[in-house]
Ligand binder design. Structure first.
Ligand code: BG6
Length: 522
């Protein structure tokens, strides 16, 4: 009963937000027909995320029968080989209990629907000839709508965009759409992000560009807005008068997973902070939008990034893992220089300088090879103002903390105080938890389903706009190009990060929420 009520409610919310979204729930409206052209057909992203997403969308009957999927990659091979390879990898992920896409029962019909539409298209990403052939192929496509998905290394972004533009493949004619989906990293600093935006906008309109941040594909991230704006109890306290600080954590236990060469150029700060963590910050800090249409939501989020006080070296702590309980140090990883100064951990203090948030620090941290895998947002409320319980000083009361648990545990937790049972008035801290799994059927979603579907529908709400990308980079640019190099502090692999990150909060009289508290029981 309770579940039914919740679901009905959810679908009401969805329908108010976006008429197409309510249709999604009912499974009635497939996306319009289109040809999906994936650059990087042989890459990891295609295997790990795009194919499982297409499978899930197919299982939900949200793809049009006239859809075609063309995978472009260098190297000759038969379509049948590509299909076999993707089938094998999908089965492998489905069987892997640790994979996001773990499922005990593959829907063979749904996968066969996808497989039957896959076509391998050999071609170099930087050669005119590839695009001339692609143009000829697309002229024969069942639909004039095309989504170009750039599932390739960042160095291929500009060449592919320029070739698509030069071949006239981005021109929208006869009511058909031409869209580009572009993955992170979107630039490596303000100047490179501006350059990439310039390149994109030379050949396409902003409405044709879908910049992905995969965190926005997570249900638990999208739910931040639902929690804030579909409940009466949060918004009144969601402001500087009641909130002491907000902590946003993306802690990982994995290392760089064989991506040493990429990571050496990137580091934890660029990899996570101005993109994934800022997106979470944006969802937590934005003003209520007038509606859930793409521009209202993106305008409100853009205002948050615009209000961020540019970070300085004093706001940031960097770290690199060394040998510890979880294994060898970063410098021992393949592809990593023996004297590398690349950070695998970054913490930052961020201020959003506007009426709602003035003076409230947002502490952000992310790192590899930490003691726990945990992505969460903890909103810590101020202490109560008055000492009512004589034997419990106010400052000994545990502050209320509302935590949105994004991954791997999905839900929310609320820490508050109650009376300890017994004859004396004694105050004790308790935690109340909501777990998604207790209310909703778990789905083997990889997070790209909504993003792909929305792109085909033309709903850009969950994608990043050029201006937001640039304001986010602008906020951190001073730290990326410091007058003198920032220190990179060591931390043991398997620990909670460098001690200097604790000092960052200690300077403000605060502490990080523990990475090893009882969340596991959630
Ligand atoms: C990616 C980063 O964008 O996000 C990775 O490049 C990181 O380094 C990953 O591990 C984290 O995403 P998730 O969804 O696993 O938390």
């Amino acid at each position: 009963m309770q579940n039914e009520a919740n679901e009905a409610n959810q679908s009401n919310q969805a329908s108010r937000a976006n008429p197409a979204a309510s249709a999604t729930c009912a499974g009635k409206h497939p996306a319009p027909p289109c040809t999906l052209v994936i650059f990087g057909a042989g890459g990891d992203l295609t295997k790990r995320l795009l194919m499982p997403s297409l499978y899930n969308l197919s299982a939900d009957k949200l793809l049009d029968d006239d859809m075609e999927i063309i995978g472009v990659n260098h190297g000759e091979r038969e379509t049948s080989e590509w299909r076999d390879e993707l089938t094998q990898s999908l089965r492998k992920f489905a069987a892997d209990k640790a994979a996001t896409f773990h499922t005990t029962q593959l829907n063979e019909d749904a996968w066969n629907w996808v497989v039957g539409r896959l076509e391998y298209f050999p071609g170099e990403f930087e050669e005119d000839e590839t695009f001339a052939r692609l143009k000829a192929r697309l002229q024969k496509a069942k639909s004039g709508n095309v989504v170009f998905y750039l599932a390739v290394g960042a160095h291929f972004f500009e060449p592919i965009i320029k070739h698509l533009g030069a071949a006239g493949l981005l021109e929208e004619k006869d009511g058909n759409f031409r869209r580009i989906v572009i993955e992170k990293p979107f630039g490596s600093d303000l100047a490179s992000a501006q350059e990439l935006n310039r390149c994109l906008l030379e050949f396409a309109g902003e409405s044709q560009v879908y910049r992905i941040d995969h965190f926005l594909g997570k249900d638990t991230v999208q739910s931040i807005l639902a929690v804030r704006f579909a409940n009466a109890m949060f918004e009144p306290v969601w402001r500087r008068e009641y909130i002491d600080n907000v902590q946003i954590t993306a802690a990982e236990t994995i290392g760089v997973e064989g991506r040493g060469r990429f990571y050496e150029q990137t580091g934890a700060f660029r990899d996570m902070l101005p993109n994934h963590l800022f997106q979470l910050l944006g969802m937590v800090a934005m003003e209520p939008p007038n509606s859930f249409d793409a521009e209202s939501v993106r305008d409100r989020k853009a205002e948050v990034f615009d209000a961020i006080r540019p970070l300085t070296a004093n706001d940031v702590v960097l770290g690199q893992y060394e040998a510890g309980p979880a294994g060898p140090g970063y410098k021992e990883e393949p592809g990593v220089a023996k004297d590398s100064r690349t950070e695998t951990y970054a913490a930052a203090r961020v201020y959003v300088e506007n009426w709602r948030w003035a003076g409230v620090p947002f502490y952000l941290r992310t790192g590899k090879r930490l003691t726990e895998r945990r992505t969460e947002i903890s909103v810590q409320l101020k202490a109560v103002p008055f000492l009512l319980f004589r034997d419990t000083p106010v400052d000994a009361l545990t502050p209320n903390v509302f935590t949105l648990r994004i991954d791997p545990s999905h839900g929310t937790s609320f820490d508050f105080n109650v009376k300890v049972p017994g004859p004396v008035m004694q105050i004790g801290k308790v935690r109340s938890r909501f777990n998604y799994a207790d209310f909703f059927a778990e789905r083997a979603n990889v997070g790209y389903e909504t993003l792909l579907y929305d792109c085909m529908l033309g709903d850009a709400t969950l994608f990043q706009r050029a201006d937001s990308i640039e304001t986010a980079w602008a906020a951190v640019d001073g730290v990326l190009h410091p007058d003198s190099p920032l220190a990179v502090h060591g931390y043991a692999a398997g620990s909670a990060g460098p001690a200097q990150a604790d000092q960052l909060l200690a300077q403000d009289g605060r502490t990080w929420r523990s990475l090893t508290d009882t969340q596991k029981k959630d």
